[in-house]
Design a binder for this molecule. Structure first.
Ligand code: NDP
Ligand code: OAA
Length: 269
């Protein structure tokens, strides 16, 4: 398998480290131009693949013709790179699912996938249960109530700082209560899961979101409830943060690894 990654931050580094256990034949990594240098020639990259190529140019990446491209660089990189890759027939996993809360981006990705005969794959990311939610959505119109709780450090540098004093929080505070679309737009590094739920549910309007900063939280927790005519379920997930980024749950990186394995394995679950 020839794998390509966009971004070499916390998720991508966890994925690359895991690949030492089961390397791919080739790996193409797209990073910002300033990031290319000796520090990128780390052993982890060499252990992850038979051949490694690092570039800052999406055209070079596409020319390398990877089997699967995984975006793990942030919402703005989705519109910048994913449509082009899909139009060139590259199957693409978009981790920054919140980018699809923008209808224009969603439409562009969809038509690019159709034009290129490629698949746009949305991973479950930090959470699970999207399979059952999407199944129930076929039976009716489910409603989803999601709450994401993280320690104050995970909300630093985000719009949460306009609503609470993160450095001096003595108890949990809900600073956002609104739609999945707004959550994904306002908290692009923390609420991609809200968009994933809305897309699986089939409606951004029927997916409500609360975001909470909790000084007693040791990791990131995601809880949600689904109500529909066909059934009801509740999910509660507690995840350690990924190394190097308190905002991102470690489960996200493993959901990316799972997508890579689903792509190369003959039996998928
Ligand atoms: N679906 C889900 O459940 C989840 C999705 N996510 C998404 O995954 C993204 C990545 O998470 P994580 O790895 O923890 O974040 P990090 O900030 O640790 O890493 C992102 C990396 O991508 C790089 N990058 C950003 N833009 C570009 C670009 N245009 N071209 C090349 N490289 C780029 C960044 O470089 P620089 O530092 O120079 O900007 C950084 O090295 C999040 O921003 C979020 O959108 C995260 C968690 C859960
Ligand atoms: O990883 C998480 O906890 C969820 C997250 O950041 C996101 O959905 O963007």
């Amino acid at each position: 398998m020839h794998l390509a990654l966009i971004g070499y931050g916390s998720i991508a580094r966890t994925v690359v480290a895991w690949l030492a256990k089961r390397p791919v034949e080739a790996l193409t990594l797209l990073v910002r131009s300033g990031a290319i240098g000796p520090t990128l020639k780390d052993d982890a990259l060499q252990r992850a693949a038979g051949a490694v190529q690092v570039t800052d140019d999406i055209a070079t990446l596409i020319e390398a013709a990877p089997d699967l491209l995984v975006e793990c660089a942030g919402q703005s990189s989705v519109a910048d790179y994913a449509p082009l890759a899909l139009r060139h027939g590259v199957d693409t996993v978009v981790v920054s699912v919140g980018a699809l809360a923008d209808d224009r981006v969603f439409r562009d990705l969809r038509s690019a996938a159709i034009e290129g005969g490629a698949r746009l794959i949305l991973p479950s990311g930090a959470i699970g249960g999207l399979d059952l939610l999407a199944a129930l959505a076929l039976a009716g119109e489910p409603e989803v109530f999601y709450r994401g709780t993280k320690p104050p450090a995970a909300w630093r540098g985000t719009a949460a700082e306009d609503h609470c004093d993160l450095a001096h929080l003595s108890r949990r505070q809900t600073f956002f209560d609104g739609s999945a679309r707004e959550a994904a737009r306002l908290y692009p590094k923390n609420a991609n899961v809200a968009a994933a739920l809305a897309l699986a549910c089939g409606s951004f309007d029927r997916t409500s979101v609360q975001l909470v900063a909790d000084p007693d939280a040791s990791g990131n927790s995601h809880s949600y409830e689904v109500r529909s005519e066909a059934g009801r379920f509740a999910v509660e997930i507690e995840s350690a943060p990924v190394e190097g980024n308190a905002k991102t749950s470690l489960s996200t990186a493993y959901s990316v690894i799972r997508e890579i394995n689903r792509y190369r394995d003959p039996v998928i679950i």
